[in-house]
Ligand binder design. Structure first.
Ligand code: NI
Length: 194
């Protein structure tokens, strides 16, 4: 896991000046891996149908959260595909799992855009967007690093970490799966928590 952390830190852009609202990728990954700080928390967002959704709506299900953006060329689609295959492997037991995709690019990822996107993955996948401040808040709560280019417009890429987060039926954070986890690994982890 530490080797993975080093790889991840090394692969990301140079750490930026650190402050509480804008921690570096290294600081966020360390906080997640060390588990000394609380992870997770409430959110108040909008789903792909335009409906307001909060964390409380998903109590009673085991949450699988992934943060990314729909214009991501390869990593996000690969991870969402693995997550979707894992849900299918679980069969009826998978009904107790709620997969959530939270965008880090709310400007482009409008509800209608997300609605088109999620159909490519899993019928039960809920995608969430919202005001930039709400996205920043939930990303920071989950120790997600992301950086969008300051001069936007046209095509741009969003640097981001890609952990899958497990959230218990009571809404409390349980742990994470590293980027690149196979559908089998995701299914096994979920099964152990059901
Ligand atoms: Ni991505």
């Amino acid at each position: 896991m530490l080797a993975l952390a080093c790889m991840l830190v090394g692969a990301l852009a140079p750490a930026r000046a650190q402050d509480a609202d804008n921690p570096s990728a290294a600081a966020l990954i360390e906080a997640l891996l060390e588990g000394r700080e609380p992870v997770g928390g409430p959110f108040d967002l909008i789903d792909q149908t335009g409906r307001r959704r909060t964390d409380a709506d998903f109590r009673g299900k085991l949450g699988l959260l992934y943060f990314g953006y729909t214009h991501c060329p390869d990593v996000c689609p690969t991870e969402l595909q693995a997550l979707s295959l894992a849900l299918d492997m679980l069969g009826p037991a998978g009904d107790a799992v709620q997969p959530l995709f939270i965008t880090l690019d709310p400007e482009r990822d409008t509800p209608s855009h997300l609605a088109d996107y999620v159909t490519a993955f899993h019928p039960r996948l809920v995608a969430l967007t919202g005001p930039d401040a709400a996205i920043r808040k939930v990303a920071l709560a989950y120790k997600v690093y992301f950086a969008r280019p300051s001069a936007q417009g046209g095509d741009y890429a969003v640097d981001h970490t890609g952990f899958i987060y497990l959230v218990g039926k009571d809404g409390r954070y349980l742990g994470f799966l590293p980027p690149g986890s196979s559908p089998e690994q995701i299914a096994a982890t979920v099964r152990s928590r059901l």
